[in-house]
Design a binder for this molecule. Structure first.
Ligand SMILES: [Zn+2]
Length: 482
């Protein structure tokens, strides 16, 4: 057979395969939709609420009536339908659900030796974990080192089996040896990107050890595949950072990617980095809170130990942060001094980038020691204000702007009719004091209302379970789980 005949045959086979799959899918869709039909459609109305829409005009709509139907914002200041569940919004403030643009989520994992048929050895209760986002009004998260388990979690949330945020998933590609997705030639880089696309990833994350040609090939191939690239500036660009700013390098994942390039942390350096970033159309996620935590832990572990949200963290991770903390154990006076300079320079970077007009988005690098999922986004927003953003700009960085970068601004990111009802109801005005984003009265998650009482009781149950399981998990013995 000629090559052409073979490809014809495989095309026919492919069509048959798709046809068979469709039949199966149709049947399962039938089951799911009939189940959904039984569930009553819920209509909510929030009365007398002050809306901070986070649109470009961003005019506060006072004393408004918001109707939520079929998961979406159905109307603002229109007649209220019968049988709507009423939420009293008097004296309260409605903002879009928050978005964390840099997270690392816990998911089931095998940390011991493997064999065929072996699954995970350490399990995550997805609801216990995702609750940390929900109670903090974080309704979308960007996972920057996704694996297959994260796709599973995303589907469980979408099915409505548990409360959790929407999730965007990036595949991390690094250079060098070892585990994970590694590419050390341009051809391998391109193939890894195509594989990421085929597996369903929406974004690519580049990492520190890529060489120049592989990095450039990855960013270029991702562009061809319609995938934006986010990440580190590979170490190899030290001294010629401008060379890393190629088209489709769409977001820098940390302020320290720049700080690491600077010899003496001058304002001129900060302005230069802002200029080349702006010229390339690249966005910026400073992750200020992570560097603050790195500094804090290099001095002492008191901060982590006294963290009020620590009890909500999986006991294995608590053990890692407290008893296998490399920032603390490998600390020296010189390192502490260096981190102090970094923390201070990061703040000046944010200011310079703001002045240059680089879009800044809020991300936390949650999952790093001390950086607790959900809770940390409020720390980050507060730090952005400390660095020179107005409270409104800081809120934009955690709502409208990330939605635009992710390409879902027609779905979420503002409080507007037609958008999905991902909303946070606050007891006080965050534009007056940014710390008010923490005063959450309730959250709408994909059109479903969860009030504070429910969130609080779920949260204390998580703390209880974690405390009860504490002795079962020791990070140093993580390889022993069978
Ligand atoms: Zn990260």
């Amino acid at each position: 057979m000629s090559k052409k005949q073979i490809s014809h045959l495989s095309l026919i086979f492919f069509i048959i395969l798709i046809f068979c799959q469709c039949t199966v899918l149709d049947q399962s869709f039938g089951r799911i939709s009939s189940k959904e039909n039984i569930q009553k459609e819920e209509i909510y109305v929030i009365k007398n609420v002050n809306i901070i829409p986070m649109t470009m005009e961003s005019k506060i709509i006072s004393n408004a009536t918001v109707i939520i139907k079929n998961k979406k914002i159905f109307s603002i200041n229109q007649p209220v339908p019968d049988k709507a569940k009423i939420i009293n919004g008097k004296g309260k403030w409605l903002i879009p659900g928050l978005i964390d643009m840099h997270v690392h989520n816990l998911a089931d994992i095998n940390l011991s030796s493997s064999y065929p048929t072996k699954g995970a050895t350490i399990f995550t209760d997805t609801q216990d974990f995702m609750l940390l986002y929900v109670v903090n009004g974080v309704t979308t998260a960007f996972e920057l080192n996704a694996r297959v388990e994260h796709f599973g979690q995303r589907n469980e949330i979408l099915k409505g089996n548990l409360y959790g945020p929407r999730m965007a998933l990036a595949m991390l590609i690094d250079g060098g040896e070892g585990s994970g997705n590694k590419a050390n030639t341009a051809a391998d880089g391109r193939q890894t990107v195509r594989m990421a696309k085929a597996q369903g990833y929406e974004f690519v994350k580049v990492y520190a050890h890529l060489n120049v040609e592989t990095y450039k090939a990855i960013v270029d191939e991702a562009s061809k595949q319609g995938m934006k690239v986010v990440g580190h500036i590979p170490d190899v660009f030290k001294g010629h950072i401008d060379d890393a700013f190629v088209p489709n390098f769409a977001m820098v994942a940390h302020a320290e990617e720049y700080a690491k390039q600077s010899e003496d942390f001058t304002d001129q350096d900060a302005q230069y980095y802002a200029k080349i970033t702006k010229a390339n159309g690249t966005w910026f996620t400073p992750t200020l809170t992570t560097m603050e935590w790195i500094l804090s832990q290099s001095r002492s572990l008191e901060g982590v130990r006294n963290l009020s949200s620590l009890k909500y963290v999986h006991p294995l991770i608590q053990s890692r942060w407290l008893y296998s903390n490399s920032y603390n154990q490998e600390s020296t006076t010189g390192r502490i001094r260096y981190f102090e300079k970094m923390v201070e320079f990061n703040m000046r970077l944010v200011k310079a980038f703001k002045e240059a007009g680089v879009p800044i988005v809020a991300g936390t690098d949650a999952g790093n020691p001390g950086v607790v999922w959900g809770f940390s986004l409020h720390d980050e927003i507060e730090l952005l204000v400390k660095a020179g953003l107005s409270p409104e700009e800081a809120l934009v960085s955690a709502t409208r702007l990330p939605a635009i970068w992710l390409g879902i601004e027609d779905k979420i990111g503002t409080v507007e009719v037609g958008k999905y009802a991902d909303l946070v109801l606050l007891d006080a005005n965050p534009l007056q004091d940014i710390r008010n984003t923490r005063k959450i009265a309730g959250v709408f998650l994909n059109g479903k209302w969860i009030d504070k009482k429910i969130m609080d009781s779920m949260l204390s149950a998580v703390a209880e379970r974690n405390t009860a399981n504490k002795n079962k998990y020791d990070w140093k013995k993580r390889m022993n789980f069978e």
